[in-house]
Design a binder for this molecule. Structure first.
Ligand code: LLP
Length: 444
């Protein structure tokens, strides 16, 4: 049985988060509503840092913005993490807005456009490339940018030839809780395969780049410490080959994100201490040879995942061939159950002390039959007006939400020391048509 644990509490049958009643939150801010616990986010960051630093002090942890890009949360995380992993130039802009310095940002774009590479170059962030074509285009671009700016000393100072480049390797090792969360191996679209990696570093070195990193991101939501050890060993083996063949040493070796959280029983928490110990042990063996690099990781899910619940109200109950509990959050609010068949624990937030007594499907308001947050879920007898809390909603929840069915994006609230603050307003229909242009001849 999944138990209620920090930052959640059961107070006389009502679910509280960080000392605030979910019923009050739903009344004050309406539903669907993402609620974040500030203290849990901080705790998660601190646990990561202390576990790894204990075994390998030259450690850095960047937060993967894609997991949740709310700027208020990024400001909070900025106080705890060493920097940000950004998947898009817009994420770079957010990280800068949150106060990160360019050298505290790693830009790992995927199949980048030239304009994106140019933006990253100008911004002066560290660039992590996942394809040789990207490197070639970056090098061409660099000379083009500098040429065009020959007369502008100011700008030239800003641009500076990147002294540094990192490459994302597809090391062939695969992880990930679901097949769809595997990001390396033969079916993966990401990274440079092992046989091409020397070529990538050779081109970069020949182009005058002096400092290097190496990176991988093999899969998401892994709960097994041995996996991280095995993947790190493989990445180090590749780094060692690059070192032997090309004499390259590394500023950092980034083993990616992927730290899992338990979503369903009998999954157990990732043993972070053991993970850090195992990774650091293999790291230490090779570190000296590879230039004493930083050990870097860039988790997203582990930082925000279990720090948030999604509150959704029961509006309509139907007994059809099955029992359907109709709520106001759907695939437009939390896509994971529909996209990955992901399991999210659900509590009846106002009936925590009532025994689960019947199975039902929790259905959203979107006109798709896949729009069901849970199937055959055992819950207390529910009535219209009840409040449900979907757990572990902080990572890839809001960030994958959409306006499908013309549904405005939900509001987000941050709870700190028993106080709730709105950190993103609920959208309105005007937000949905804000950028639409209706040609005059078609009407107003
Ligand atoms: N670094 C890179 C380059 C990544 O692509 C990712 C995630 C991370 C770090 C952070 O990974 P994490 O620590 O969160 O596992 N939408 C899926 C997860 C997709 C992850 C994509 N990349 C989900 O809802 O489970």
């Amino acid at each position: 049985m999944y138990t209620i644990q920090n930052p959640l509490e059961n107070k006389n049958g009502t679910l509280y988060i960080d000392g605030v009643s979910t019923l009050d939150l739903a009344r004050q801010f309406d539903t669907p509503l993402y609620v974040y616990s500030g203290s849990r986010i901080r705790d998660n960051c601190r646990r990561i840092k202390s576990a790894f630093k204990k075994y390998y002090p030259k450690f850095r942890f960047y937060y993967a913005v894609k997991a949740n890009n709310n700027l208020a949360l990024l400001h909070l995380i900025k106080q705890e993490a060493d920097g940000f992993d950004c998947a898009a130039i817009e994420e770079i802009e957010l990280a800068l807005k949150a106060g990160a310095k360019p050298n505290e940002i790693l830009y790992s774009g995927v199949y980048n456009r030239n304009e994106e590479l140019a933006f990253a170059l100008k911004a002066g962030v560290n660039i992590n490339l996942e394809g040789i074509s990207q490197l070639k285009r970056l090098l061409l671009l660099k000379s083009k940018i500098s040429k065009g700016l020959e007369n502008s000393k100011n700008f030239q100072n800003k641009i500076k030839t990147p002294e540094f480049i990192s490459f994302r390797v597809n090391p062939g090792i695969q992880g990930g809780k679901y097949k769809k969360l595997v990001f390396a191996g033969p079916d993966a679209k990401f990274g440079i395969i092992e046989k091409d990696i020397l070529e990538a570093y050779t081109i970069a070195k020949d182009a005058g780049i002096k400092k290097f990193g190496i990176h991988m991101m093999t899969g998401s939501c892994v709960l097994n410490p041995e996996y991280f050890e095995k993947a790190t060993e493989k990445l180090l083996e590749i780094a060692e080959r690059i070192n032997k063949e090309l004499g390259i040493t590394f500023e950092f070796i980034d083993i990616g994100g992927g730290l899992g959280i338990p979503y369903e029983s009998p999954e157990k928490e990732l043993d972070l201490d053991l993970t850090a110990k195992k990774v650091a042990t293999v790291f230490k063996e090779k570190a000296k040879l590879l230039g004493n690099p930083y050990l870097m990781i860039e988790p997203g899910r582990y930082v925000v995942g279990d720090a948030s619940i999604l509150l959704t109200k029961v509006h309509s109950i139907k007994q059809a061939y099955k029992k359907f509990i109709g709520v106001d959050a759907g695939m437009n609010t939390l896509l994971r159950p529909m996209l990955y068949d992901a399991y999210h624990q659900i509590f009846a937030a106002n009936k925590l002390n009532e025994k689960p007594s019947e199975k039902a499907n929790i259905a959203g308001p979107v006109c798709e039959n896949t729009d069901q947050l849970a199937k055959d879920r055992l819950l207390p007898k529910l009535e219209e007006g009840d409040l449900l809390a979907v757990l572990n909603a902080g990572a890839y929840g809001f960030s994958m939400a959409s306006q499908y069915n013309t549904r405005p994006l939900p509001a987000e609230v941050l709870v700190t020391n028993g106080k709730a603050e709105l950190i993103r307003k609920r959208e309105t229909v005007e937000d949905i048509y804000r950028n639409v242009i209706v040609p005059k001849r078609l009407g107003k």
